[in-house]
Write a protein that binds this ligand. Sequence first.
Ligand SMILES: [Zn+2]
Length: 81
Amino acid sequence: MATYEYDCPRCGRFETRQPMGTAADSHTCPTCLGNAHRVFSAPHLNAVPEQLSAALAREERSRAEPEVVTEVPDSPSRLRP
Ligand SMILES: [Zn+2]
């Protein structure tokens, strides 16, 4: 079973549980019996920890524009007096 989200114009969003791959583009609203449209979202992404989310965003970005090191980092020996 998978959870699908629908948006009723009158009542707002609700979720239904249906076998994977069987969700239609619209669903009868359980409250007003009106026609609700399917919402394509990834609600579970909200549960991703902030650090992991940042790492994923950085990884995504680096595919297009890799971070390039332009300077040699100070070596420890140079820091000695
Ligand atoms: Zn409704």
